[in-house]
Design a protein around this ligand. Structure first.
Ligand code: C2E
Ligand code: MG
Ligand code: MG
Length: 308
């Protein structure tokens, strides 16, 4: 009826207005200092050591408040402004890690997410300059790309990725398992790491299909000599499963949310004390947790949530 129609048009107006607001806002976001990076740690599953961080972009719009990258990255891609924003992200991430290195925190890598539009020849010089200006060794930088980005233009991707690899950095496939491309690209592209998509990890402990897919991805990665990271780990049960399957690294809210630079520095300072409890926790839980459950015969004990 009439009311519905009015509701519909006003909703459409709202969406259109926000779209325009965000689009024009994005153009000024860098100059207005509205962008920042947060850093989500990654840990080695065998010994619990911190292996690296992923830089994740945040935008605080002056009037609209915080905007999720899920909303603004596609807009930035549409308008092409992603090139400048991506450039800013790469430089900021390199500078930040170089600063932590200079404080004595070494041996961790920083991963930056790239957009399809950034995978052009000029990305090579952008990265070379960012490394040179920050003084960060290329080995400390990792690039996260999705399957669909690589497969958009396979010929060009092979050539660009090979040149990037030649600089000494590493390449990870993000959200692995959600694309629909042929697995043969894994052989053709100079890839180092697969990141198992959060969607699979979420249900590994209650959906046998997701558990099977996750184990298969881990086995596939290892047989191709690739490193494998599980993202979106939220529970101890998921962590146990991944440990049992031999996953290399983990990332997720159970271990740490994305942190501001200041909070990550605090974590680094505490981290310098070794954390032997990690290994014990996982394996104790695996061996005794399961044994105890069997003993109780289908009366699984509800484990107290624990912080690591
Ligand atoms: P992504 O690269 O796959 O990043 C992982 C996303 O999952 C992040 O969301 C992170 O906060 C979230 N996450 C991490 N652990 C957990 C968990 O245990 N549970 C749940 N539910 N979520 C978790 P965020 O920061 O909102 O980023 C979303 C996406 O936006 C990223 O997905 C990436 O595709 C894109 N993005 C973020 N920063 C950049 C950037 O600088 N450049 C580009 N091109 N894309 C970016
Ligand atoms: Mg990522
Ligand atoms: Mg991902």
């Amino acid at each position: 009826g009439r009311n519905n129609f009015q509701f519909y048009t006003s909703k459409l107006n709202e969406i259109a207005t926000r779209h325009v607001q965000l689009e024009s806002g994005l153009k000024e976001a860098i100059q207005r200092n509205e962008l920042s990076l947060v850093y989500q740690p990654k840990f080695c599953l065998k010994d619990g050591s911190l292996t690296g961080i992923e830089a994740l972009l945040r935008w605080h719009h002056t009037e609209l408040g915080p905007i999720s990258p899920v909303e603004f990255i596609p807009l930035a891609e549409e308008t092409g402004i992603i090139t400048q924003i991506g450039h800013w992200v790469i430089n900021q991430a390199c500078q930040q890690l170089a600063e932590w290195n200079s404080l004595g925190f070494n041996g961790i890598t920083v991963a930056v997410n790239l957009s399809a539009r950034q995978l052009k020849a000029d990305i090579i010089s952008t990265i070379e300059v960012a490394l040179a200006v920050s003084g960060l060794p290329a080995q400390s930088l990792e690039l996260e790309l999705t399957e669909s980005m690589i497969m958009g233009n396979p010929q060009e991707s092979v050539s660009i990725l090979s040149k990037l690899k030649a600089l000494g950095l590493t390449i990870a496939v993000d959200d692995f398992g959600t694309g629909y491309s042929s697995l043969s690209y894994l052989k053709r592209f100079p890839i180092d790491t697969l990141k198992i998509d959060r969607e699979f990890v979420r249900d590994i402990t209650n959906d046998p299909d997701d558990a099977a897919i996750t184990s298969a991805i881990i086995a596939l990665a290892h047989s191709l000599d690739l490193n494998v990271v599980a993202e979106g780990v939220e529970t101890q049960e998921q962590l146990n499963f991944l440990a049992m399957q031999g996953c290399d690294q983990v990332q997720g809210f159970l271990l740490s949310k994305p942190l501001s630079a200041a909070d990550f520095l605090t974590l680094l300072k505490n981290q310098s004390k070794p954390q032997p409890i990690w290994f014990d926790l996982i394996w104790f839980d695996l061996i005794w947790g399961e044994a105890y459950k069997c003993h109780r015969q289908n009366q699984p004990i509800k484990k107290a949530p624990r912080s690591l």
